[in-house]
Design a binder for this molecule. Structure first.
Ligand code: AMP
Length: 225
């Protein structure tokens, strides 16, 4: 059982690595962005409130996110561990998560930060395609689907996210620097922060993260799946 947090700017590979971790370690992928997009698609009250923030590249208010993630993390399937992707994104959210984990007598096993320079982020995000059904992620140049525009995993038609036009991408990166980057110092203080170069290729990043997880749980061991 592992509880892991992936940190890093949009486009740093958190979603791709979380998907790989699910396949290799059997860990549940909890993405706040995927959850929000599902609520927006379903037209729920939370979705209606979150939508304008998401479309503008702004953060959805902490109170909404904290409640949404607390609800999601309290479901039975999260009891066996998870990879957090996109949450927490502010110090207030990190503090709320810590309080919640402390109440449950739990803690994060590792916080992995994926480091990718801004030029590379812009290149990756402008060619990103997402599956609206299963949330798989592709990149037209470096990680294309086998059949153009079609999800390898579930066969749905891939889309470009509304918040992935160049202006909104710039806004999301500025928001990351101002509000989320301070979490690196926050977690550095816990001694559980591991920084990984996110530009070394999907497989190599996966290898690095696996190494970190093995050492975080006390030495080499077989993955769960
Ligand atoms: P992502 O898929 O993680 O890039 O998230 C897409 C958008 O959802 C972000 O730009 C925010 O508007 C919103 N969002 C996702 N996670 C959070 C969070 N933890 N706090 C606030 N807003 C979030």
């Amino acid at each position: 059982m592992m509880r892991i947090l992936l940190l890093g700017p949009p486009g740093s590979g958190k979603g791709t690595q979380a998907t790989a971790l699910r396949a290799r370690w059997g860990l549940l992928h909890l993405s706040s962005g995927d959850l929000l997009r599902a609520y927006v698609r379903e037209g729920t009250e939370l979705g209606r409130q979150a939508k304008p923030f998401m479309e503008g590249g702004e953060l959805v208010p902490d109170a909404l996110i904290i409640e949404m993630m607390a609800e999601r993390m309290s479901r039975g399937d999260a009891a066996a561990g998870y990879v957090l992707d996109g949450f927490p994104r502010t110090v207030a959210q990190a503090e709320a998560l810590d309080r919640r984990l402390a109440e449950l007598g739990q803690e994060l096993d590792a916080v992995v930060s994926l480091d990718v320079p801004e030029g590379e982020i812009l290149r990756r995000l402008s060619g990103r395609l997402t599956c609206p059904k299963c949330n798989a992620i592709y990149q037209v140049d470096t990680m294309p689907p086998a059949k153009p525009g079609i999800c390898d995993r579930c066969g749905s038609e891939l889309v470009q996210r509304l918040d992935e036009d160049p202006e909104v991408i710039k806004k999301r990166l500025a928001v990351y620097d101002a509000q989320t980057a301070p979490l690196l110092d926050y977690y550095r203080g816990t001694g559980r922060l591991y920084e990984v170069d996110g530009t070394i290729g999907v497989e190599n990043v996966m290898h690095e993260i696996s190494r970190i997880l093995e050492s975080a749980r006390g030495g080499p061991g077989e993955p769960d799946t």
